[in-house]
Design a protein around this ligand. Structure first.
Ligand SMILES: Nc1ncnc2c1ncn2[C@@H]1O[C@H](COP(=O)(O)OP(=O)(O)OP(=O)(O)O)[C@@H](O)[C@H]1O
Ligand code: SF4
Ligand SMILES: [Mg+2]
Length: 347
């Protein structure tokens, strides 16, 4: 039902282990997914968006390990469960559209086979019923001539159509949560908009919780209800999209938004889908790179002395927002003040 909490990730930590050492890829990430709402997870490349999602899906490879935290589906703890038990509790209910659609589809099998395999194995559907369901799924994601196209192989589909097939495959088990990892990055702007509209329609119709991983603040502005901004493996700001765009509560969010001043601009602008994350001078720390204090400190224009020595706490801001920053309240008040001034100047 709309508004119900379906997925909770709390203080999640993931490490990669190799003979060369331990790489902490995710370090204390928390977020909540609610039925009928879209949570955007945004952050620069390498901040842990995909790895944290793979941890939720129980799809981390053998070199990665969840070392801390909790992942709960409808209140049931998934971490520590045996794989079979975990699949039974959450397997059909949490699905993911992977970052690379072409790699995620098997080139030797038809699209129909790939859509029906799980239905036949996990739901015990007959070949004919699974075929019917596969056609329904392709219709749902608006692939034209679905009856014919289930016989085609992935390479016979355009990038946009392949992404629709991936979404269809993820929806096969009627998930309550869909994690879409950069579902539109490789597509041109018009197709991006179509896919986002499709996801939004399906999400609203099914009252799914949608987790949308993106680099694109234009996408966040268009479709997100809630936003988690990640930096160096953890959430630095969590807010509703409206609150975040109105007055960012973290210097990193502020830096990201600064380079996209017309984000609140007109829908339908030709470059609306192209607003990538700003280039912020410097680079994020590499996982495992020793940093003391706040990981954003070397790039932060609001840093004070304590930032170099003390890890900032998570600060609760008005409106159920959080910001992991020593001066979160000041940052948000200044941003809010600027908005008020701009509003007053317009009057
Ligand atoms: N197999 C691996 N072995 C070692 N480190 C890895 C592995 N996969 C990912 N990492 C590291 O984990 C960190 C998080 O990676 P992740 O793929 O989650 O980033 P991301 O936020 O999804 O980035 P992008 O926006 O580029 O997709 C990165 O620093 C990456 O180098
Ligand atoms: S804690 Fe300090 S360095 Fe980190 S984001 Fe806040 S002001 Fe910047
Ligand atoms: Mg990724």
């Amino acid at each position: 039902m709309s508004g119900e909490v379906v997925l909770e990730v709390e203080d999640l930590a993931v490490e990669f282990r190799s003979p060369h050492g331990v790489v902490p890829a995710v370090d204390g990430l928390s977020y909540t997914v609610t039925a009928g709402r879209t949570l955007a997870i945004v952050g620069e490349s390498g901040c842990g968006k995909t790895v944290s999602s793979l941890a939720v899906m129980d799809l981390l490879g053998p070199t990665a390990k969840v070392t801390r935290g909790s992942i709960r589906f409808r209140g049931t703890e998934l971490l520590g469960m045996r794989p079979k038990e975990r699949r039974a509790v959450a397997g059909d209910h949490v699905a993911m559209v992977f970052q690379d659609a072409l790699a995620a589809l098997n080139p030797v099998h038809t699209v129909g086979y790939q859509l029906t395999e799980s239905l036949r194995v996990r739901r015990g559907l007959s070949r004919a019923d699974a075929r019917r369901r596969a056609i329904e799924l392709l219709d749902l994601v608006k692939v034209p001539r679905a009856v014919d196209r289930i016989r085609d192989h992935p390479h016979q589909f355009s990038g946009g159509m392949r992404q629709r097939v991936m979404i269809a495959a993820a929806l096969a088990m009627d998930p309550e949560v869909l994690i879409a990892d950069e579902p539109t990055t490789a597509l041109d702007v018009t197709v991006q908009a179509q896919i986002l509209r499709l996801l939004a329609e399906i999400q609203a119709e099914r009252q799914m919780g949608l987790v949308l991983i993106t680099h694109d603040l234009g996408v966040v502005a268009t479709v997100a209800d809630d936003v988690t901004v990640m930096y160096a493996g953890r959430a630095v700001e969590q807010a509703t999209a409206g609150d975040m765009f109105a007055a960012p509560g973290h210097p990193y969010t502020r830096a990201l938004l600064r380079a996209v001043p017309s984000l609140g601009g007109q829908a339908g602008e030709p470059d609306r889908g192209r607003r990538r994350l700003a280039v912020i001078p410097g680079r994020p720390p590499r996982p495992g790179e020793i940093t003391t204090g706040c990981p954003f400190q070397p790039r932060c224009d609001a840093a004070i002395d304590v930032c170099a020595t003390d890890d900032p706490p998570v600060v609760l801001l008005p409106g159920y927002r959080t910001s992991r920053c020593h001066v979160a309240r000041e940052v948000m008040s200044v941003a809010a003040g600027r908005v008020d001034e701009a509003g007053a100047a317009d009057e």
